[in-house]
Design a protein around this ligand. Sequence first.
Ligand code: HEC
Ligand code: HEC
Length: 616
Amino acid sequence: MTFFFRSVCGAAVAILAGCGTTALCAQSASNSLLSVSADGSLLACANRDSGSVSLIDAATMQRRFEVPVGRHPEGTTFIGTTSLVACCVYGEDAIVILDAKDGTIQHRIDVFDEPYGIVSSANGKFLYATLEYPGQVIRIDVQQQKIDQTWDAGPMLRGIALDEKRGQVLVTEYLTAALVRLSTQDGRVLARYPGASTDNIARQITLHPDLPKAYLPHIRSRIRTAHGNGSIFPYVTAATLEGEDEGRRMRIPMDTFRGTRVVANPWEVAVSPDGRQVLTIFGATNDLYVANVEFNDYQELGYAGTLQLGNNPRAVRYGNSGDSFYVYNALDFELVRYDAKSLRETRRVTTTQTPYDEDHLLGKRLFYTARQPMSGRQWIACSSCHIDGDADGRTWQQPEGLRQTQPLAALAWTHPLHWSADRDEVQDFEHTIRGKLMQGRGLLRGQLPDALEEPISGRSRLLDALAVYTNSHKPSLSPHAKNGLSAAAQRGQKLFHSTTTKCASCHSGPLYSDSQPGARAMYDIGTGRADETELMGTTYDTPTLLGVYRSAPYLHDGSAATLRDVLTTANADDKHGVTSSLTADQVDDLVEFLKALPFEDPEPAAREAGLKQVKR
Ligand code: HEC
Ligand code: HEC
């Protein structure tokens, strides 16, 4: 081990000398919303909220161009040593290539679904990207402008790093934090290093420029205790990629990294070009830790400094010399440059105008923060479980019983809220904020009514703003219906609407639910258990089926792993629609139909049908 340690230190110094002048620094080969060009002169950052990429001059910190690319851009990377930037447009299933020199879009490459992280080979020949759904890695031949390889690598992939020295791509499973290594030759899975069962939300991975180490920021969701003091914890995992400890994952707790100071939602990590320091940003406590890489066997990172940042920092990158670093505060719409030694701010630039009105922005900031008045102990934000309005894939032991986190898409049309429909407005989440889970001061002055039916809306601007944001999530179209409904899905559609199955009697209308604002629709369909996992009774509010293709596991308690299970093993007595008379092929057809939802935007039809929509 000693030998290894020495050789590593020497090499780390050698890298420092080379990085500013030669091709790419290692950090460019790791996914981020922010990317630095190979010569360090240009920055590209994805404005998720505005649907644009901003191109910024690194020396002057002036915005040269803001290029609209489409809904929810995520990862960006400069391609090799060129001025071309590739950006994953997550919400539109495309990778857009633009030129930072003149702000023009050069190409748009359609992909199956949800491109998230992207990295470039040093020579600029290939791009590698993760498709979160269905969990693939694609390789793009830049010259040909097309996908030349598609590799299955595990469900829900987000983080991606390219390790050209070892001929590997490393990716992270978003919901489990598993780390998967694939060969760049043929996409073969070389190794999979699973995390602990509680590991969650691993959306980025960064490689050390010289040590055989990968760093993954993530959280840990301890679903048995829905309590502000110990449900969700912030971590950086250091994984060893070579040697006798290959595959070892060291989970470094960030909430005890500096005494008892708590941070929440670690979002990105950056390693300095000389390999000596690691920066971690926290998207919910809005701060940053500087850590020294410890070249020994028992401690991976040592605390070296803290910095307070702006609202919802989502990206951190070093400049190429390592003298400065950049932080992107997503909900300030600002990019800030810091001196790496003094940690002093040296310049900032607005990357985009806010696309929101005041209330929406206020509500979004509240949703993303783990500080007061939302959260007392700083461990948990609404966004810790409902990241960007999606779900964490977890079943929580709530005071009500076992409860699967619900995605928030189409929420405005499908009130009342919760599986048991016990809340009739988002303002009722004041109970969550003040309760055991978050222990916040709350957004409402004075007494909180005991009865959930008593309206709270209109009593607090902050609470109404939280509702405006929470109600704003729209479902995205299913990738399984890109070319319309398949023949199987069409057969399934007929079955769904038939009097045999009766599915549409409850999952009715354009929202596929008869639960509507002001109208609870509760049924006992045999899915609840009369035991300690259920304290609210065994009737449930009909959930919308829009987006079920990506929201496994299913039912209020997450007890059905697949859509097929919902219709078969979880429906033994035909209380949940009639499915026992269906042939295996018919069940397949029905599943194909469910996977295709939504195949069209439900909102125009909902408006036409005169359905009610809650805006705040
Ligand atoms: C610990 C994880 C966690 C946190 C933190 C959390 N939620 Fe939830 N959320 C859940 C779970 C689990 C459910 C389902 C609960 C139920 O049905 O009883 C849920 C359900 C919801 C729903 C209902 C969705 C629907 O379709 O009916 C809304 C709205 C919501 N949460 C908003 C919020 C807001 C606002 C906050 C912050 C104040 C928040 N949540 C914090 C886990 C969480
Ligand atoms: C009597 C009303 C009713 C009928 C009929 C019905 N459902 Fe449901 N459905 C519900 C309720 C209520 C739930 C939530 C149950 C739970 O969470 O335990 C649900 C849950 C589901 C879910 C899981 C959704 C999720 O997000 O977890 C799917 C999928 C589904 N239904 C599909 C169907 C299909 C397909 C049919 C026809 C075979 C059907 N349902 C018939 C009321 C109904």
